[in-house]
Design a protein around this ligand. Structure first.
Ligand code: ZN
Length: 156
């Protein structure tokens, strides 16, 4: 990794992390100038577990270098702000029971007290985040691996 290709920039996650074959984790971020794919490669080991917890909307400052595939190898990052994570659920009935769908576009009904509502919109249920704002860095061992110059063997 050349010094000239090292970057530090503020961005936010626009595509959630996903694993690819070999244990590498990829996700996409955007700053004011465009979208770039970021990678936490397999040698970064447990660092990837933090990366996997990122969701769309998280604000980060990323430090890393761009490789030949125009992918940014993350060396460290700071989580500046965490987005709200949520799932959509059926509403709760006034009696406290989670309601069930009464059929497509037919609202909900309560399995306990038979109460019905006609509105079919689900409600946001906040999911607590399992990662905190702060600095996260790849383990020293992996950093050494990542910054090792690529050795090429030439016949001439
Ligand atoms: Zn009820």
């Amino acid at each position: 990794m050349k010094d000239t290709s090292c970057y530090r920039f503020k961005c936010h996650v626009v595509e959630a992390p996903h694993d690819i074959e070999g244990g590498h984790v990829f996700f996409k971020v955007s700053d004011d100038t465009g979208i770039i794919e970021c990678a936490a490669f397999e040698p970064t080991k447990s660092f990837r577990n933090v990366v996997r917890k990122l969701i769309v909307g998280d604000e980060l400052v990323i430090y890393g270098g761009i490789n030949d595939n125009h992918t940014l190898n993350i060396e460290k990052f700071k989580i500046v702000d965490l987005a709200d994570d949520y799932k959509l659920e059926n509403p709760l009935c006034a009696c406290g029971k989670r309601m069930k769908s009464a059929g497509k576009d037919k609202g909900f009904k309560c399995p306990k007290c038979a109460n019905k509502i006609r509105d079919s919109s689900k409600v946001r249920q906040i999911i607590p985040r399992t990662v905190e704002p702060g600095f996260y860095e790849v383990p020293t061992e992996a950093r050494r691996h990542l910054s090792k110059p690529i050795v090429r063997f030439n016949d001439n």
